[in-house]
Each structure stands twice: as structure tokens, then as C-alpha cells.
Design a protein around this ligand. Structure first.
Ligand code: SF4
Length: 207
């Protein structure tokens, strides 16, 4: 999937980059190189990476260097996350990663215009800044964070706007997981097109 735009940027604000196991969603369990970009104005009150919000607090790193560092690891799955990564144009980064043999996956709220060349788009919609129709239409995975029982109806509202092939996940908000996982399990049993996503990386204590 290509969402080519004209502007070419050569640096991006990187909060952190690390090689680990993808803990969530369809690609859970795979070795993955995470690139967490700075910058987010979505404002989720339960956000567990609030330090990512201010892009200016993170060093702008040359895309050459980002890709070169990622390429030193044996895995060839790159996950671009944030922050809200689509606050930046990701055409050049994803083109370069794919040229080095990476699959490129994104984790996004879907609330900004799409850019980049993607093998997998995971849209995790947020109430505070809703996803665009474009993001939902192009999502390979819809991952809805469940904070309380009202969120099931909200999840269905977005599921109505994704493609028939899009994978559907319900994931308990981490702090609320002990309370919300049982009703999520009940909901999935009644609505089996949904699947459970857990933040496995937090259970096994890896980044
Ligand atoms: S979209 Fe993600 S990074 Fe931004 S506030 Fe929400 S949880 Fe945090």
C-alpha cells in the first residue's frame, strides 16, 4: 500500500528504537524492530507514553541512520509507532526500510492523513481525535482499546467502516485489564468476529 506524497523529509524525531517481540495484535510474537516517533496531540488520558507527546523533546535523527541501525538486527519486521507517527510524512522512511527488506507495519490512531508504504496498517482509534475514513478503509487491523463497557458499542461503530478483510481486536487498557478482560472474553464469545489482543510484552516484561 502506497500513500505517496511529494515532500521528502530526511530526519524524524525518534523517542526510542529497539528490537523486541511484537506484543499485540495480528503480528504478536514476532521479532520486530520498533521505531517510536515523537509527537502526539491525540491526548488519551490513559496514555502510557506521554513522554512521546512533545516532538521537540526528541532528537531528530537522519533516516539513513535510523534504517542503518535497524538493519543491524536480524529481524526484518519494522513497526513504526509513537506518539502518533502519522503526524510526520513517512514516505521516505518506509521506502528506505522496504528497500532494505523490511516489512513495514504501523500502529496509528488513524487521525492524520496517511503517508508511507505499508505492509500492514493497524488502526487503534482514539475517542479524543477520531480516525479518518481513509485510515479505516485502509486498515488491515482494527485494534480497539477497551476501558469500560461503553467501548464495545464504540468499537462496533468503527468496525462498520473497515474492509471485510480487516482483522478485529479488542484489547483491555493495561491498568484496567484485570477488570475488563473477563467482559471482553464474554463479548468475543458472543461476537466471534472479534479477537482478544493482550499486551503480551508487558506480561513477559520486555519493552
Ligand atoms: S494516540 Fe497513542 S501516544 Fe497519543 S495520546 Fe493516545 S495512546 Fe498516547
Amino acid at each position: 500500500m502506497d500513500f505517496a506524497q511529494t515532500s521528502v523529509i530526511t530526519t524524524l524525531p525518534v523517542m526510542e528504537a529497539f528490537y523486541t517481540i511484537q506484543g499485540e495484535g495480528f503480528h504478536q510474537g514476532r521479532a520486530a524492530y520498533f521505531i517510536r516517533l515523537g509527537g502526539c496531540n491525540v491526548g488519551c488520558f490513559w496514555c502510557d507514553v506521554k513522554e512521546s507527546w512533545d516532538a521537540d523533546k526528541h532528537p531528530k535523527i537522519a533516516i539513513d541512520e535510523i534504517v542503518e541501525t535497524a538493519s543491524k538486527e536480524p529481524g526484518r519486521l519494522a513497526v513504526i509507532t509513537g506518539g502518533e507517527p502519522l503526524m510526520h510524512n513517512l514516505d521516505e522512511l518506509t521506502y528506505r526500510l522496504q528497500s532494505e527488506g523490511f516489512e513495514t507495519n504501523i500502529e496509528t490512531s488513524g487521525s492524520f492523513p496517511l503517508s508511507g508504504h505499508w505492509n500492514w496498517i493497524c488502526v487503534s482509534p482514539k475517542k479524543f481525535r477520531p480516525p479518518t475514513d481513509e485510515a479505516l478503509a485502509n486498515a488491515n487491523e482494527l485494534k480497539v482499546i477497551i476501558y469500560n463497557k461503553n467501548d464495545f458499542a464504540w468499537a462496533e461503530k468503527h468496525a462498520a467502516n473497515v474492509s471485510a478483510e480487516c482483522k478485529l481486536y479488542l484489547q483491555p487498557e493495561w491498568e484496567r485489564a484485570p477488570i475488563m478482560t473477563p467482559p471482553i472474553i464474554d463479548y468475543i464469545k458472543e461476537n466471534p468476529r472479534w479477537e482478544l489482543s493482550l499486551q503480551i510484552h508487558k506480561y513477559i516484561n520486555v519493552p
